[in-house]
Design a protein around this ligand. Structure first.
Ligand SMILES: *Cc1c(COP(=O)(O)O)cnc(C)c1O
Length: 344
């Protein structure tokens, strides 16, 4: 059995999703004439109480467009040192926006209002002008950790006070909301722009949506074009997004329950020294006296796939295609690793 836990991006479209895709009504979206793309953009914008949305090929593109519009040469972004926008977007902040980055630290990938305030540059000839604070929820490298809205509001207040924009990399925002029960509208109200991934826990093959006010999204459309992200009959793909919003949001809780169980199993293994608190669908385990590459190889021999995540850590991510049968097999295989070891 292939026990795929490398990422929630490995899911394949379900039968229902495929049907929705095949039946999509389409047009040329570069001419703004694809009804399915427009419907997806409006649907998400309405959910979050924001004025408009823009469908893009990836979450990297939605984040990079937002950063491009909120910054520019000689400006600076404040974000956590473990942010996806900094670590995993190919250095796009520099090449797309020519902006500087101020990296903050903080437990589980989260930053505090105190540290944000301290990091805002004074109006001084030596310093780049701080224009943007970017947060991530859930926080991938923090082990799928969650911000509550009440942790965000003081940061939003600071942004207002200092005239800064606030962007959310909400690649897995629906995972966070599944836990906190907070309303998308309250989150929409707190941010100038939000990026939502459809290709993670929601199980779509492709796509992310950027949300913001109408003027911002109008400009974002031009940046998307310049980056080569204007797509034609993209409604075939957007239909998957609409389907996912209708069918795959409620079920995220199941991914979280399975991840919690994986965390419990891992905690009992002698090759694991520590498991990050499991809040959503991501489990990060710190290894005990074994290199990630070696451990991943031993897991792979058992059909379990995970990824290295830092010098002594590995990451497991649950998703739509990881079922209870996979979970049972996971437990069995991990236990058999221990027996092997005992026999040696
Ligand atoms: C996956 C992800 C993105 C976007 O990634 P793409 O692969 O470009 O869609 C952005 N932020 C976080 C936290 C992610 O996990």
């Amino acid at each position: 059995m292939n026990i795929e836990l490398r990422s929630d991006t490995f899911t394949k479209p379900t039968k229902g999703m495929m049907e929705a895709m095949f039946n999509a009504e389409v047009g040329d979206d570069v001419f703004n004439e694809d009804p399915t793309v427009s419907k997806l953009e409006q649907k998400l914008a309405e959910m979050f109480g924001m004025e408009a949305g823009l469908y893009c090929p990836s979450g990297t593109m939605t984040n990079q467009i937002a950063i491009r519009l909120h910054t520019g040469p000689q400006t600076e972004i404040i974000c956590h040192k473990y942010s996806h926008i900094y670590l995993y977007e190919g250095g796009g902040i520099m090449s797309n926006s020519q902006a500087s980055v101020k990296l903050l630290d903080g437990p589980l990938g989260k930053i505090s209002p105190e540290d944000v305030e301290e990091a805002i540059n004074p109006d001084d000839v030596h310093a780049p002008e701080t224009t943007l604070v970017a947060l991530e929820n859930t926080m991938n490298k923090g082990g799928g950790s969650i911000y509550n809205l009440k942790e965000i509001l003081p940061i939003k207040e600071l942004c207002e006070k200092h005239g800064l924009k606030l962007h959310l990399d909400g690649a897995r925002l629906f995972n966070a909301l599944a836990v906190t029960g907070e309303s998308p509208k309250d989150w929409g109200e707190a941010f100038d722009s939000i990026s939502i991934c459809l290709s993670k826990g929601l199980g779509c093959p492709v796509g992310s949506v950027l949300l913001g006010n109408a003027k911002f999204i109008h400009k974002a459309r031009k940046v998307r074009k310049a980056l080569g992200g204007g797509m034609r009959q993209a409604g075939f793909l957007a239909a998957a997004g609409i389907y996912a919003l209708d069918h795959h949001v409620e079920r995220l809780k199941e991914d979280h329950q399975r991840a919690e169980r994986i965390g419990q199993i891992l905690e009992q293994q002698e090759w694991v020294s520590e498991v990050f608190p499991v809040k959503t669908n991501i489990v990060i385990a710190r290894l005990n006296d074994v290199a990630p590459a070696e451990m991943l190889e031993r897991l792979k021999e058992q059909g379990i796939k995970a990824v290295k995540f830092g010098k002594d850590q590995v990451r497991f991510v649950t998703h739509l295609d990881f079922t209870d049968e996979h979970l049972e097999a996971f437990e069995e295989k991990v236990l058999s690793l221990r027996l092997q070891k005992d026999a040696e």
